[in-house]
Design a binder for this molecule. Structure first.
Ligand SMILES: NC(=O)c1ccc[n+]([C@@H]2O[C@H](COP(=O)([O-])OP(=O)(O)OC[C@H]3O[C@@H](n4cnc5c(N)ncnc54)[C@H](O)[C@@H]3O)[C@@H](O)[C@H]2O)c1
Length: 278
């Protein structure tokens, strides 16, 4: 399993929350040398950082925390520069932040301010982080890793993973800004992959259906029939566990996936593979 171990430095944004928190813990377990945990919510990050220290498999593991607002250019640039200063390089960046719409309403009743808010975080935030991290990655030396019986492999300058959504692929009713914001992340992922590929930097996205996090719990509060809908739509009849998404992020950062760039890794138990018949 040497291929699924990592040994570089990561930035995880959205680290105080459900998926981001699991990404931090999974990357620490998988051998990361260091992680910069960032979120707009300073509350939960320190606790996640402490937990990651107790799980880290790299004896030299370091973690630092920072507050960031991904909608703000200066805040994003300061965060990425902090990682560069503290760690010397950034090998992985996981964009695991995001917000849902303020209320579930039909398209014609969508509040333009809420549209701006959701796209500002879910879309522009991913753009600003990818842009800043891509610049830093471009300036650093490429690395190669020892894969045991497979020998050494060049893994390039870095890997960025955008945690998007199955709503990057298909729409659901009453969530126009969220659906739009996630479709646009596909564009950012592909455009960045195109422009950074010659530098050996990979940008991919993970697109899960419902994940058991505070965001999912909030959706269940707003739409109490969500668990029944999920049971109908998913052959597994349960939401995705956050660690399953974190493992997908790890996979996309691992040395075995250097050939994957600009891809969408859909996690929907086959929902979008074809029409539901029967
Ligand atoms: N939970 C689900 O059902 C589900 C399904 C598919 C995709 N996703 C996506 O996964 C990602 C993570 O969601 P989650 O379920 O872990 O949600 P979450 O609410 O548990 O975590 C999201 C985190 O993003 C942070 N954040 C919000 N605005 C920010 C900003 N401006 N700057 C920095 N950080 C900010 C929040 O503070 C929070 O910690 C989101 O992009 C979400 O759209 C979630």
């Amino acid at each position: 399993m040497a291929q699924f171990r990592i040994d570089g430095f990561a930035i995880v944004i959205g680290a105080a929350g459900g998926i981001g928190r699991e990404v931090v813990l999974t990357f620490a377990e998988a051998g990361a040398k260091g992680i910069l945990l960032a979120d707009i919510n300073s509350g939960g990050i320190a606790q996640v950082a402490d937990q990651s220290k107790s799980l880290a498999s790299n004896p030299n593991y370091r973690c630092i925390t920072a507050v960031v607002d991904v909608t703000d250019v200066a805040s994003v640039d300061a965060l990425v520069n902090l990682a560069k200063t503290e760690f010397g390089r950034v090998d992985y960046c996981i964009n695991a932040f995001g917000v849902d719409v303020a209320s579930y309403v039909p398209f014609d009743e969508t509040d333009p301010d809420d549209y701006d808010r959701v796209l500002g975080i879910n879309t522009k935030g991913v753009f600003l982080v990818t842009r800043a991290v891509g610049k830093i990655m471009q300036s650093q030396e490429p690395v190669s890793v020892d894969l045991g019986r497979h020998g050494r492999r060049d893994v390039g300058r870095g890997s960025i993973v955008n945690v998007s959504s199955a709503m990057a692929i298909a729409a659901v009713p009453a969530k126009a800004p969220y659906t739009t914001s996630k479709h646009a992340v596909t564009g950012i992922t592909k455009a960045a992959a195109m422009d950074f590929k010659s530098a050996g930097i990979r940008i991919n996205q993970v697109c899960p259906i419902w994940v058991k996090t505070p965001m999912f719990e909030e959706e269940c509060r707003r739409v109490p029939q969500t668990p029944q809908i999920l049971e109908k739509l998913s052959s597994l009849k349960r939401p995705i566990e956050p660690d399953e998404v974190a493992s997908a992020c790890l996979y996309l950062c691992s040395p075995t996936t250097v050939y994957l760039n600009g891809i969408t890794l859909t996690m929907d138990s086959g929902l979008t593979a074809g029409p539901v018949i029967g």
